[in-house]
Design a protein around this ligand. Structure first.
Ligand SMILES: NC(=O)c1ccc[n+]([C@@H]2O[C@H](COP(=O)([O-])OP(=O)(O)OC[C@H]3O[C@@H](n4cnc5c(N)ncnc54)[C@H](O)[C@@H]3O)[C@@H](O)[C@H]2O)c1
Length: 389
């Protein structure tokens, strides 16, 4: 492999462009090729990159064309979610590293195929990772480290909520949006999967999921715009999961984590509240009720320079921080921090929500993972028939 990692970006839409911006921060990576089935999408991004002073990447219609024409080490997949696995298998098969946008795919059994392929490829020094940029936010890192050290005591419960608004125009903007086949689900799958990943990162492995979904404020889509679920975890903790694109004008993404020795709240990726008994002085037998916020002291352990990335004015800070890990991992010959298995577990949790809502009964996470419901055609819950008046 060359000293400078040669990167191809597949899918030059909204998020593909962000990958191009994020990768421009790294002298050790060069975007040399852009791939899109719509030539104008790749061409306009290539022009944009040239205007920003970088060498103009070549443009291609398919990954195969790009691999045949250019020397490439890493392929980024920023295509519609339903294409991720098929394209990732092609990339790993060609012996190239792959970074896959979230969600891993729309189909759990196919996602498990890539899990096996990624394990085999890692043995050859070829690595796969999935974007989950919020794991790299400073607040999330502070919470995950506190969990790992047991500073919150026994984790008793969590609330994870994505309360966003997406207008009808968003769903009408791409024919893959809002369709089971290519979007894989609605508010929970598309907008909420990051938050599901954070919830699992903090709470561990789910045991049982009971969910309801509905389509309440949009039309001409198949998937839910509102999902709620309860989740039990192997550690005994309980959680409430909520995702919606029907909360006008859009509220925040919030994860509350509560334990017998401490609690934390992340709101829109910022650590809003942190309290661990081991750092506190107040006696709290009757509860501090939100007092004793140690956020400032806790965040000071994670210096700005590591978390503001190289250029704080660049928007995709989470992507940049995750690329720091991915590029370091590739150069050190190790697996990047976010594994395909992490993404499979997040996907299986989302799938469990859809299975539970369809069957109107609780389902076991392990049974969803083991393929018991693979043939079930999931649908949006009973309220979908209400639609919009
Ligand atoms: N990490 C995040 O926060 C985040 C945010 C937005 C989107 N995403 C994910 O990124 C992916 C793309 O979303 P988007 O909003 O950029 O979509 P988009 O529709 O804006 O872009 C997708 C691009 O892929 C191209 N494409 C379609 N089929 C292709 C193929 N076979 N080969 C090559 N190119 C092809 C399309 O022409 C389009 O340019 C989705 O999986 C989405 O869930 C992640």
């Amino acid at each position: 492999m060359s000293a400078v990692l040669k990167v191809a970006i597949t899918g030059c839409g909204v998020i593909g462009r962000m990958h191009a911006v994020a990768l421009q921060q790294f002298p050790e990576a060069d975007v040399v090729a852009l791939i899109d089935t719509v030539p104008a999408a790749a061409d306009s991004l290539a022009d944009l990159m040239e205007e920003s002073g970088r060498p103009k990447p070549s443009t291609h219609l398919t990954i195969g064309d790009a691999l045949a024409a250019a020397d490439i080490d890493l392929v980024v997949l920023a295509t519609p979610s339903g294409l991720h696995i098929q394209q990732a298998l092609e990339v790993l098969g060609a012996g190239k590293h792959v970074v896959i946008e979230k969600p891993l795919d729309v189909d759990l059994s196919r996602a498990q195929e890539i899990e096996a392929a990624a394990k085999e490829a890692a043995g050859r020094g070829v690595f796969a990772s999935v974007i989950s940029q919020h794991r790299f936010d400073r607040g999330s890192v502070a919470v995950a480290n506190a969990v790992a050290k047991g500073r919150f005591g026994r984790l008793t419960s969590a609330i994870a909520s994505v309360a966003w608004w997406r207008g009808q125009g968003y769903y009408d903007s791409g024919d893959w949006r809002g369709k089971w086949a290519m979007d894989g689900g609605g508010a929970l799958m598309n907008q909420g999967v990051h938050t599901v990943d954070l919830l699992l990162w903090f709470m561990g492995r789910p045991v049982e999921i009971h969910a309801h979904t509905a389509l309440l404020a949009h039309e001409r889509i198949e998937v839910e715009d509102t999902a709620v679920a309860t989740v039990t975890f192997e550690n005994g903790g309980l959680a409430v999961l909520h995702a919606t694109t029907a909360a006008y004008p859009g509220l925040t993404v919030r994860v509350q984590l509560m334990g017998s020795e401490g609690s934390a709240v992340l709101d829109n990726d910022q650590l809003q509240y942190f309290h661990a008994r081991d750092a506190g002085t107040a006696s709290a037998d009757m509860g501090l009720q939100g007092g004793g916020n140690q956020t400032i002291e806790e965040l000071s352990k994670y210096p700005d320079e590591d978390y503001e990335a190289m250029d704080p004015t660049v928007y995709p800070g989470g992507h940049i921080r995750q690329y720091r890990d991915i590029l370091d991992a590739i150069s050190e010959g190790r697996q990047p921090g976010v594994t395909i298995s992490d993404a499979v577990n997040a996907l299986a949790t989302v799938r469990a929500v859809y299975v539970s809502a369809t069957l109107n009964q609780a389902v076991l996470f392990n049974e969803v993972l083991s393929g018991r419901y693979n043939d079930l055609e999931v649908r949006t819950g009973p309220s979908s028939t209400a639609g919009v008046s």
